[in-house]
Design a protein around this ligand. Sequence first.
Ligand code: NAI
Length: 302
Amino acid sequence: MTDLDFAGQVAIVTGAGGGLGRSYALELARRGARVVVNDLGGALDGTGGSQAAADGVVAQIREAGGEAVASHHSVSTAEGGEAIVQCALDAFGTVDVLINNAGILRDRSFPKLTGDDLEAVLKVHLYGAFHVTQPAFRVMKERRYGRLLFTSSAAGLFGNFGQANYAAAKAGLVGLSGVLAVEGAKYGITSNVISPIAASRLTEGLMDEVTDKLRPDLVTPLVVFLVSPGCTITHEVYTAGGGRFARVLLGVGPGWFAEGEPTAEEVADQIDRIRSASNYTEPLSAVQEAGLLAEHLGIDGS
Ligand code: NAI
């Protein structure tokens, strides 16, 4: 395999002032990308802000001979998203890669979750990715090239206690990425999702004894590959952490087709077949999923 080179490429990494985003930004810059290091520099719960986080990473990239600029805008508003993309256009003239990584936490068990907790988390993760990606997508569509990466989480994909707000946002990003993979296909834009596992301030207290085995830079190789020019993989979800890299699948089982009017009793009788995941298929769009049904109904689903 030849080295993955980002010479001439422009990358935006949101939330790159620390943790995973910092590792992505450093590695992309080391491989020749010009990088917009975006970070609001706030606290874990999204409050406050400081320019130091993004500035520190930019300084580190420059010291190593790379090119980077800082953006201190929040991803969570449309104006912030526009400003982050404009920052790439002003400094480097374009945007080839966007890694939506910024994130906060407001964990609480479901009955105690407040409207504020829900809104704050949705705004950074889901609205944030939407607000930065939309202006970036427009540039990419025009240029007929782009690499989008969204950051989900095991909580969003599989569920986790105390993270209803976070999981809802993180699962929403899988939906957003899937639509952009479909819409971006004819413009050379790929869109994928990463569900990382790494010791960072986000996981402080949860993984302290294995911090070294879960360094953020152990996630970075897959991220770099997925946004590299030669990688045309799109519409997929991956988990990465501690040196393990694996695909997460969203498939549909073979199912059971009722003959005549189905009843609840028949469903109860057939539940094992309905639940079966053997010989699943992975629809690559809602149209393809509908196509599976159309085939059974004997109608043209194309
Ligand atoms: P982190 O807290 O070190 O990094 C998140 C960064 O996002 C921070 O530097 C923060 O200042 C920045 N940020 C927060 N709100 C922002 C806003 N409105 N605008 C711009 N920047 C903002 O945490 P970590 O672990 O590096 O997380 C990175 C991403 O990975 C997050 O989306 C997180 O939800 C996700 N993730 C992390 C996991 C882990 O095991 N560390 C597990 C699953 C998902």
